[in-house]
Design a protein around this ligand. Structure first.
Ligand SMILES: Cc1cc2nc3c(=O)[nH]c(=O)nc-3n(C[C@H](O)[C@H](O)[C@H](O)COP(=O)(O)O)c2cc1C
Length: 247
């Protein structure tokens, strides 16, 4: 495997960060790599907020050394249009999807660049678990045409996870046309999650802790239910206010 593939295959979420500082040079390298990601129409429909405030890192970034908040952001291009006296109003779902794609590609590129420099990372949607008006205020985000998509925590690992979390292989890649999973394939998916060596589902210890027979019982009966209806409503309201969605 070449170095690039090794870096990608060795990506793991880090949830405990040491106090070791990320150097200014390395942070610049990560940010510079991040903005090399592909983007639609050469617009880079995102902004990256670099977070260094300890309290905010503690609250939203798992006490990482640095945080990057990746936001879909059309305000730069809107302001440029206004300045040049053009009309441009990206108030539709297509722009939301495009902006979202640009933003997430930049975010993943930052995670890969960090790993290549020996720096660990964790993606989190912590910003969607907090009331969104508070997040907008905290980071001075424009109410319209800007939306915080995902937070990336960066730092050196205090404790490396023992093993890499596995990935599902059955039914993920489709050649030529989409194909719904067959019942045999579903059995094989269940097996993949049950295989402790694969580290995809839950350990025996975790199953006992949650009193479930397998990952799916945990996922369908505990983890995804009930979703907090208030937070979902907050997301719809925020995206409507941002003009990406219509009410
Ligand atoms: C959008 C997104 C949100 C996530 N949010 C959290 C989170 O809030 N807390 C957390 O511990 N992990 C979070 N994760 C990390 C995933 O749990 C992790 O990527 C997954 O378990 C696979 O493990 P790995 O990254 O070590 O391969 C998130 C990942 C993504 C992509």
């Amino acid at each position: 495997m070449n170095e690039t593939l090794k870096t990608i295959h060795n990506l793991k979420s880090i949830r405990e960060f040491s106090d070791k500082e990320i150097s200014k040079e390395d942070l610049e390298k990560i940010l510079n790599a991040s903005i090399q990601a592909a983007c639609a129409s050469a617009r880079q429909n995102y902004s990256i907020i670099v977070v260094e405030d300890e309290e905010i890192l503690k609250k939203l970034f798992y006490r990482a050394n640095k945080g990057l908040l990746f936001c879909i952001d059309y305000t730069r291009i809107i302001d440029t249009a206004k300045y040049l006296k053009y009309e441009f109003c990206p108030d539709n779902i297509q722009e939301f999807i495009t902006g979202s794609t640009d933003t997430i590609l930049a975010a993943q590129t930052a995670a890969i660049a960090a790993k290549a420099l020996g720096i660990g990372s964790l993606f989190t949607n912590s910003v969607h678990r907090a009331p969104l008006p508070e997040i907008y205020e905290l980071f001075n985000l424009p109410q319209e045409f800007c939306f915080p998509s995902v937070a990336l925590c960066l730092g050196y690992a205090k404790k490396e996870p023992a093993e890499k979390r596995g990935r599902l292989t059955t039914g993920v890649i489709h050649y030529h046309k989409h194909k719904r999973v067959s019942s045999e394939e579903i059995d094989s998916i269940i097996e993949e999650y049950a295989d402790e060596k694969k580290n995809l589902g839950m350990t025996a210890e975790q199953l006992t802790k949650y009193g479930v027979k397998d990952y799916f019982e945990f996922f369908f009966t505990k983890w995804t239910r009930p979703r907090n209806p208030e937070r979902i409503e907050d997301l719809y309201n925020t995206l409507t206010k941002a003009k990406f969605f219509r009410s």
